[in-house]
Design a protein around this ligand. Structure first.
Ligand code: DOR
Length: 449
């Protein structure tokens, strides 16, 4: 019998494990899960009473833009990860369209250094793909702290863009990890820009960046990925038309959807929120939202990521199309998705698959994403019954607004625990920030080699 005291016990909660829901305790030692169920010892330095609450594996948001370096007036690694922690998120994967873009090993190391002692959550960074680094991707993608490569096929915020098949194919042929793709067809975007150039109603955003813009790019990248024998991850899928294509290519493609595309619809969102609802790819009509829900139900969707893309209120208030695309979301992920669970649109175990196990499978994360002995002691503790309004005063993101402000939801994060340390309890951050780089199978293998 092992009677060594634990560092932390989560007591009496409903655990969401790979085997389903199960009542029991979790004992943590040295930042890892040491025991699950009826514990051998009840002694611990810290005990969290979880009766009436659900204990989920730590939620991982695999698509956030935290804007550091270069655009810190919108967000930085401290504010972005604080927002994540308050929302119950234990790890984030951050996008490369900063200033400068993340394109070299030195850019990656710079982000890791900036995160040290300032990031509340664990973190990893995407390496951007551009013509200038296309020859070095096989080694760049395995830099420590790198979650993989990200390619923009259509231009959005920042200067990253690979719109020609030749460079795309070259990138797909260099390296082995799953490549994340923003799939909008640049040529079609340029062709259709005349629809909105010079000023238009923001409700025309999904008309400029139309269904065919998304479908074409997804079809192209699937074809190129198959030629290259490379796995791809299609980010923020928004159209009914892409779903059968993706379903027919599940051997090479995984799929992300965002909470906002599962919640908002056009034209209502543009009438209510104006340019604050503008993002790429756009929020579309209800038939697309229903197709995304069906794709979740049918298992075509692998992961939910927020595409947290903050811009200041002043920037967003510019006249369309000078207004930047993107909306914050990392902090509202759990309230919004738990509300969908309560409304019966998906089960809690399916949500955990999309937010914890899904990221682990797609990116080859080491020892995160499930409640299992030996795994990192990352937990998102939630109250499924809590009914609360999303208010600006709760938000920690620098931009200070959310498209979901004023919405009353059922389900709320109560505690965020990263490697055994409680970093958020009852809306309070508990410091100091000690987030660490996420580890990946590939980088472990590189160290061995
Ligand atoms: O709306 C968006 N905003 N889509 C993207 O792809 C980029 C993001 C941003 O960085 O602002």
């Amino acid at each position: 019998m092992n009677a060594t005291p634990f560092d932390l016990i989560l007591k009496g909660g409903t655990l969401v494990t790979p085997a389903g829901l199960r009542a029991g305790d979790v004992g943590v030692r040295g930042g890892r899960i040491a025991e699950i169920g009826k514990l051998e010892s009840e002694a611990a330095a810290e005990i969290i009473e979880a009766r009436g609450l659900h204990v989920l594996p730590g939620v991982i948001d695999t698509q956030v833009h935290f804007r550091e370096p270069g655009l810190e007036h919108k967000e930085d690694l401290a504010s972005g990860t604080a927002s994540a922690a308050l929302g119950g998120v234990t790890a984030v994967f951050e996008m490369p369209n900063t200033t400068p873009s993340t394109l070299t090993a030195a850019d990656m190391q710079d982000k890791l250094r900036r995160a040290q002692g300032r990031a509340w959550t664990d973190h990893a960074f995407f390496m951007g793909v551009a013509a200038e680094n296309a020859g070095h991707l096989a080694s760049l993608e395995n830099e420590p702290g790198c979650c993989g490569l990200k390619v923009f096929m259509g231009s959005s915020t920042g200067s990253l863009l690979v719109d020609d098949d030749e460079t795309l194919l070259q990138a797909l042929r260099s390296g082995r990890r799953r490549m994340a793709v923003h799939a909008e067809d640049e040529a079609r975007l340029r062709e259709r820009l005349a629809l909105v150039r010079g000023g238009a109603d923001v409700a025309r955003h999904p008309e400029w960046r139309d269904v065919e813009t998304a479908r074409l790019a997804t079809e192209r990248v699937l074809g190129l990925a198959r030629r290259a024998g490379r796995r791809v991850h299609v980010l923020h899928v928004t159209t009914a038309e892409e779903i059968p294509l993706l379903a027919a290519n599940k051997d090479i493609a995984t799929v992300e959807v965002t909470p906002q595309h599962l919640t908002l619809t056009a034209p209502e969102c543009y009438e209510r929120l104006g340019t604050f609802a503008q993002m790429n790819p756009p929020i579309r009509e209800a038939r697309h939202r229903e197709a995304l829900w069906r794709a979740i139900d049918q298992g075509v969707v692998d992961v939910i990521g927020t595409d947290h893309a903050p811009h200041t209120r002043e920037e967003k208030a510019r006249d369309y199309p000078a207004s930047p695309s993107g909306m914050p979301g990392v902090q509202t992920l759990m309230p919004i998705m738990l509300d969908h669970v309560n409304a019966g649109r998906l089960t809690l175990t399916r949500l955990v698959d999309l937010l914890c196990a899904g990221p682990q499978r797609i990116y080859g994360i080491v020892a995160k994403g499930r409640i299992a002995v030996g795994y990192d002691a990352d937990f998102t503790v939630v109250d499924l019954a809590a009914r609360r309004e999303i208010t600006a005063s709760w938000l920690a993101a620098k931009c200070g607004w959310s498209p979901f402000e004023g919405m009353t939801v059922t389900g709320w994060p109560k505690a965020t625990i990263v490697r055994g340390r409680t970093i958020m309890r009852e809306d309070e951050l508990l410091g100091p920030p000690q987030g660490q780089p996420v580890r990946f199978l590939e980088t472990l293998a590189r160290k061995r080699g």
